[in-house]
Structures are given as structure tokens and as C-alpha cells.
Ligand binder design. Structure first.
Ligand SMILES: [Mn+2]
Length: 350
């Protein structure tokens, strides 16, 4: 729970964002790289909210993030632009679900320089770097879509079916279909309202979770074949190499969900999945591979975002990630040490 100072900051940020959302005329809505369900749901939701207010709005997703994961292609995102708009300097740039400005691939071209407009930052990551000129960061929100939903209420924007579907996708993906720790009564109240607004629960579930390309199953099989466990099974790790992706015929986004299997294994306190970046990323100094590492805490006393920050990443206590050029062996050593340090610092059990 946020302390009173944090709550005061949150309220002032919310008021400032509401004021900006009412007053702005032209906006570009953006989110984080490799967008997931909450990123895309809140991107589309914010865009539709702006259109409902009568504003000019465009959505930007970098070329490098296309194609979008196939499970989200049913969302009406055909209109996204893949380069920042030429008139970006005269638009309010609205970041949703983006904990750090560097998590957008076009950060350099979205950052205000002299004479530029406003950056609005709406997010629920507790380690958000508050990079906006106005920041509304609410770590108690289950997803950024929940914050967009709440802003729509405050702005008296009616929730039509299209807006409801966008927000619902953010809600189910970030709460693991209402099963993660962040699932609050408010998340369920939001779901109830979105269903009343016309969301077809089962149809969306099928689109997002049950229309799996076979290559994704093949990639999961390879990931599960690569599982290793350390430290009395408290650390469960697996990797997906570029060769695994090639052999499965899989895109990078097909790795989504593999880590859930690692987290669910009895005994696991922390799960990690390291996957080679298929775009190569920036070349590693030793000529080695660039890897993207996803972390999950199965033990709720642990904070994997703190582990991710040690490597320049971030996220939530229960779900975080970072990029690295560490070798696999060094990466495992790092994770084992980081986990051991957190376990050591836990209060003694009574
Ligand atoms: Mn999110």
C-alpha cells in the first residue's frame, strides 16, 4: 500500500493528467517495446478515450515491434503508425504501461526538447522512473488498462464495446486471468462493467489463449527440454537459443508464457527464462549473444524487480525482466547469488 506521501503524489499526478487529457488537442499514444496485452490494450484504450473526447490521436508502435504477437491481432490496431509522426513536437506524447522512457524503441524521437509539448506518463509499474512532465503512476492498479478505465470514468467517457474489449485484454493478460496476486476487487468490478458493455469473455479468451500457432507449442517443448534447477530447486531456469527458435519455426513473441510453466513447478521461488534476441540487439562486447531474461517470483516475499534492476532492467515485484550479454553460466551464477541474497535478507520465520 502506498504511504501517505506517495498517495498525495499519486493524487496530484492524476489531477494533472486529467487536466491535460481534457485540454490537449493532438496526441500520440505510445507504449513499451515488445508490447504485451496490457501495453496494447491500454494503448488502444487511451487512443479511443482521446477520440471520444474529440481530440486528434494517433498510436505509434515501432517497426521493430511488428508483427504484433498473433494473439493480439484481433484488436483494431491496423491504424498504428510505425514512425513517430512528423509533427510529434506539437503533439502531447502519452506513454502507457511504460516504466521507463528507454523502453520505447523511439525514445530519442519522443523526448521533448526545447519548445516541445508535454509528456504524459500513465503506468502501474512501482519502479516507474517518472520521466513524464506529468506522471500518474499507481502501483496498486492491476494493469494500466485499469487506470485508463478509471480515467475514462473521471472524464465521463462512455465505455462502448470497442473500448471495453481493449481494456479487458489488458486486464486479463496482466492478472493472468484474475489469478495473480495483483487481482483486486476493483479488477473484478472492472471486468463486470466491461462484460456489461459487451465483452464476449469466451471469444476473447479463445483469441488470446487458445489460437496458438503450432510453432509456439514446438518452442515450448524446446524450452521445457532446457530446464535446469538450482539451490534445492528454488531457482528454476530455462533458455531458448536462436537455434531453438529456428528449429521450432517460432517468432520471438512465441516465448511468451513459457515461464509460467517454470514458475508453477513445486519448490520454485524464482523462475527465469533467458532467450536469445533474434534481432541481435546491440552487439555484445565479447561478441556473445544478447539475451532477454524474464523473471517471475513464485514466493511472494521475493522481489524480482530488484534483481532485474541490478542488470539495468525493471518491472513488478512478481514479474520483471532485463537484457544482458552475460554468458549462460555467468547469468545462472548471477541469478543464484541474487536469489541467495534476497533469501538471506528475509525476516526469520517464526
Ligand atoms: Mn502492465
Amino acid at each position: 500500500m502506498p504511504g501517505s506521501t506517495e498517495t498525495a503524489v499519486l493524487r496530484s499526478g492524476r489531477a494533472a493528467v486529467l487536466e491535460q487529457l481534457r485540454a490537449l488537442e493532438r496526441a500520440v499514444v505510445v507504449t513499451h517495446e515488445r508490447p504485451d496485452g496490457d501495453a496494447l490494450g491500454s494503448l488502444l484504450g487511451m487512443h479511443e478515450l482521446l477520440l471520444a473526447l474529440g481530440h486528434d490521436s494517433v498510436m505509434f508502435v515501432a517497426e521493430s515491434d511488428l508483427p504484433l504477437p498473433s494473439e493480439y491481432r484481433f484488436l483494431p490496431l491496423q491504424g498504428v503508425i510505425t514512425q513517430p509522426p512528423a509533427d510529434v513536437a506539437s503533439r502531447t506524447v502519452i506513454f502507457v504501461d511504460c516504466g521507463n522512457i528507454e523502453r520505447n524503441p523511439a525514445a530519442e524521437r519522443l523526448r521533448p526538447s526545447e519548445g516541445w509539448g508535454t509528456i504524459i506518463n500513465v503506468d502501474h509499474h512501482h519502479d516507474n522512473s517518472r520521466f513524464g512532465s506529468v506522471n500518474y503512476v499507481d502501483p496498486s492498479a492491476s494493469c494500466t488498462a485499469e487506470m485508463v478505465w478509471e480515467l475514462a470514468h473521471a472524464l465521463e467517457v462512455p465505455i462502448d464495446t470497442e473500448l471495453a474489449v481493449a481494456l479487458y485484454v489488458g486486464l486479463i493478460t496482466d492478472t493472468g486471468c484474475f489469478m495473480y496476486e495483483n487481482t483486486s476487487p476493483r479488477a473484478h468490478l472492472m471486468a463486470a462493467e466491461l462484460i456489461e458493455a459487451g465483452v464476449d469473455v469466451h471469444a476473447i479468451y479463445q483469441q488470446v489463449y487458445e489460437d496458438i500457432p503450432f510453432a509456439k507449442l514446438a518452442l515450448l517443448a524446446r524450452g521445457l527440454a532446457n530446464v535446469q534447477r538450482y539451490d534445492e530447486d528454488r531457482l528454476t531456469v530455462a533458455y531458448l537459443s536462436a537455434e531453438d527458435f529456428a528449429a521450432a519455426g517460432a517468432q520471438e513473441s512465441y516465448a511468451e508464457g513459457v515461464i509460467d510453466h517454470l514458475r508453477a513447478v513445486r519448490g520454485t521461488a524464482v523462475a527465469a527464462l533467458a532467450r536469445d534476441r533474434l534481432d541481435g540487439g546491440s552487439a555484445a562486447p565479447d561478441g556473445g549473444r544478447q539475451r532477454k531474461v524474464s523473471l517471475r517470483a513464485a514466493d511472494t516475499r521475493l522481489d524480482v524487480s530488484a534483481i532485474a534492476r541490478l542488470q539495468g532492467g525493471g518491472g513488478h515485484r512478481a514479474a520483471a525482466g532485463f537484457s544482458t550479454s552475460l554468458s549462460w553460466e555467468d547469468l545462472v551464477t548471477f541469478l543464484r547469488n541474487a536469489l541467495a541474497a534476497q533469501l538471506r535478507d528475509l525476516p526469520a520465520e517464526t
